[in-house]
Design a protein around this ligand. Structure first.
Ligand code: BGC
Length: 748
């Protein structure tokens, strides 16, 4: 009966030809007006691929394939609106397999669903389309930030969008906009680092690159801002444990990247799984509605994180039943629940709708946002996906961009006695350590599998550090493991091999991991890796460290005894080549740390929260003692800064001043430098930052070349969030600082 009724409505509605064109707002409203509670609740449900695939949840048949009966149930009985990822415990599949999955979902939906509302597929394409075989894998976000090159980062996101769409998937759960201010946190590498300004620039280009001015084209996907809000700062450093963040700090540090992304038109957001000041964000109306919708004007879809509605009962204990939890999350502002392994959410939501516990207006608002998203993605005009229009998927051109990004992220933290670069033709070198010959340790988590440790799926034809170095001069490059991540391995053989060479490259690493499996108790580097370095040091030969870490593991015991340190972050599939090229001097490192490198356990003062820089101030009052400063990174050449000038020394409302500085390459090779402009607010109503980044520019200089860099400074660039939670620039003196140059201005 109902089917007949729906059919007759369909015929009478203007959107009957919805497979032909985008829907108008009116058509979307008409559609909503004939949807049943079940269909609405279904739209608000997102399940994992595992629920509709062959095999059991977390024990799927490999490679994943759909189970048509399960899919039919999901469509007919639950009317599901969205599906995600590769299935718990599963890995990368080929582009063809993706096409089969996506095409089948659409065909079956068309066959069985009354309204034929398309199902939206979402995936974690975190550093490239990492769940599609052969896709281009880039450095993780922390390495992207270390390039200080937004143009290159934007290109990476464009390629990722292209390769994700090539797989048939229109929604990417990326980028992570959480600020990396807690080095212990297992997802530190997924952030753009600790600084608000740098992370904001990266967030901006990430959204621009992913969405590419739209979300329906063949190289456009919807971005998802993660994880709103305050997820990255758990007090314990452990994932999804409570955070205590004042409203002022939320706005000063954690909000700006999201605000920037919303201004760039980001279409979706994922909610923070944790709690802030005792309130789980999934039930926080102030954050999910008042701030996100009313203040920031976000109009897109808010999806929960993994199973987080249920966690309101069993982890946070703010709801006594799952039904109550569903109601709380929806009323706080959630549009879609990443349920993801069953349909209980859907059933409970239907009950709540039917008994009137959640107003229909609230449900319709979410359903409308979801339908608008699908419409904007072009899903109502879905055509069978084929490989043909994506000739550049996994291409050499894309790999080259990944290489450039990786190479520009390489951060030279020490280079005593010009140990680097190594002369490939004259010097014999031993490469050892856990990351010397591993693709997985270059890529980190979210690589073919969630935790990224399974090497079976690795892309063929990519080079580890050792392999890439051997390409130069195999007879001069030898390899010995020496140590795995946590235990020494063939150390004696390694020491013997080291006796035969001129220089030793020790490649340190960390097991790929993310989220709760990546929790650690402290930042110590393993005893085994430190022992390896110390044993090799006994040979009295130059030692170079290459660091491929998820987060800054402490180098305090070994930084002083080695000769050079190249910090490589998690540089991706082209990381081996990029590292090798920097070690051999084909590339001149130009990365700068996007975070303050701690020197000891708990030395967690960020560069912008240190107190006075005045040497008279007792160290205990300052407590800023990093291993390496934020923004630090050496080059094989040297730069000299001079002639810092300002167009005026007083800044009034709506004024701007022009600042100039000369930068000269005084070394003997071409190099890139990041010109970093900081300011210092001398006195303010809350303790001001002694140093805060406000602009930067990455330039390239030939030997002896000088460039004049120009920045313009506005009053609003010097603002902070005050006690009343307003962004203000207070009157008074400010210093503007570039490298060793400083000028004072007065702000009216
Ligand atoms: C993570 C998200 C991710 C989601 C889907 C969650 O556990 O926190 O960042 O997008 O899973 O895989």
């Amino acid at each position: 009966m109902r089917k007949l009724f729906v059919l007759s409505l369909l015929v009478s509605l203007p959107w009957v030809c919805l497979s032909q064109s985008f829907l108008s707002n009116k058509q979307i409203d008409s559609l909503i007006s004939i949807m049943s509670p079940e269909e609405k609740a279904g739209q608000m449900t997102q399940i994992d691929l595992g629920v509709i695939a062959e095999g059991g949840i977390c024990n799927l048949v490999q490679p994943q394939a759909l189970n048509l009966e399960k899919l039919k149930t999901a469509i007919v009985k639950y009317h599901i609106g969205s599906i995600l990822n590769v299935g718990c415990g599963s890995g990368t599949i080929s582009m063809e397999s993706w096409h089969k999955i996506i095409n089948t979902i659409f065909e079956q939906n068309k066959k069985y669903s009354h309204l034929n509302i398309p199902i939206i597929y979402g995936i974690d394409a975190i550093h490239g389309a990492n769940y599609t075989m052969g896709a281009t894998l880039f450095p993780q976000q922390i390495g992207q930030a270390a390039t200080w090159n937004p143009g290159l980062v934007k290109k990476m996101y464009q390629i990722t969008a292209y390769e994700t769409r090539a797989s048939g998937i229109p929604w990417n759960f990326s980028p992570v906009l959480d600020l990396g201010r807690m080095p212990l946190w297992s997802r530190f590498f997924e952030t753009f680092g600790e600084d608000v300004y740098l992370a904001k620039q990266m967030s901006k280009v990430a959204i621009q690159g992913i969405q590419n001015n739209g979300i329906s084209g063949p190289n456009q996907v919807a971005a998802c801002m993660k994880h709103f809000l305050g997820y990255s700062m758990p007090l314990s450093g452990k994932d999804r444990t409570p955070a205590w963040i004042s409203d002022r700090e939320l706005r000063e540090y954690f909000l700006p990247t999201f605000r920037e992304a919303i201004n760039q038109g980001a279409k979706t957001v994922m909610v923070n799984s944790g709690e802030i000041n005792g309130t789980p964000v999934h039930i926080n109306y102030d954050i999910l509605t008042t701030l996100l919708r009313d203040e920031l004007g976000f109009k897109g879809v808010a999806v929960t994180d993994w199973e987080d509605v249920y966690k309101l009962v069993n982890v946070h204990r703010v709801a006594s039943s799952k039904k109550e939890a569903v109601k709380m999350a929806i009323m706080a502002g959630v549009d879609m629940s990443m349920t993801p392994n069953d349909f209980e959410f859907t059933e409970l939501l239907v009950e709540l709708i039917k008994e009137g516990s959640i107003p229909m207006s609230r449900i319709d608002a979410s359903v409308r946002r979801i339908l608008v998203l699908k419409n904007e993605m072009g899903l109502f005009q879905f055509k069978k996906i084929t490989k043909d229009i994506y000739p550049l998927f996994g291409s050499k051109e894309h790999a080259q961009k990944s290489y450039e990004l990786a190479a520009e992220s390489m951060t030279l933290l020490k280079n005593a006695n010009k140990t680097l670069p190594i002369n490939a033709s004259n010097e014999k070198v031993l490469v050892c350590g856990p990351s010397a010959n591993s693709m997985n340790l270059l890529n980190g988590a979210w690589t073919h599998t969630w935790q990224g440790v399974d090497s079976r799926f690795n892309t063929k034809g990519k080079f580890t550090i050792f392999e890439a170095m051997s390409l130069y001069n195999a007879s001069n490059v030898s390899y010995a493991l020496g140590s795995e991540i946590d235990s020494l391995k063939d150390i004696e053989a390694c020491v013997q091999a080291a006796k035969l060479v001129d220089k030793i490259v020790v490649c340190l690493g960390e097991t790929p991991c993310t989220e709760i499996p990546g929790n650690i108790d402290n930042l110590d580097l393993s005893v085994a890796q430190k022992t390896l370095v110390k044993r090799l040091k006994e040979l009295n030969k130059p030692i170079v460290l290459v660091c491929c870490f998820n987060r800054p593991r402490l180098l305090n015991e070994i930084a002083g005894i080695v000769d050079a340190i190249l910090y490589a972050y998690l540089p991706g599939d082209e990381g081996g080549r990029a590292i090798s090229d920097c070690l051999f001097g084909v590339k001149n490192p130009s990365g700068k740390l996007p975070f303050t490198y701690p020197s000891s356990q708990n030395s967690f003062v960020h560069y912008d929260r240190k107190h006075s820089e005045d040497l008279d101030v007792d160290f205990s009052e300052n407590a800023y003692k990093p291993q390496f400063d934020f923004g630090f990174g050496l080059s094989y050449t040297k730069f000299e800064f001079s002639d810092f000038s300002l167009s005026k020394d007083t800044l009034n409302n709506f004024d701007s001043l022009v600042l100039k500085v000369n930068v000269k390459n005084i070394g003997d090779r071409t190099g890139q430098e990041v010109v970093q402009l900081y300011y210092s607010d001398l006195v303010a109503s809350i303790t001001p930052s002694v140093k805060k980044l406000m602009a930067f520019s990455k330039i390239s200089l030939q030997p002896n070349e000088t460039k004049t860099i120009v920045f313009s400074v506005h009053k609003k660039d010097l603002s902070f969030v005050n006690k009343e939670l307003q962004e203000v620039t207070e009157k008074g003196d400010f210093d503007l600082i570039i490298n060793n140059q400083k000028k004072r201005i007065y702000v009216n």
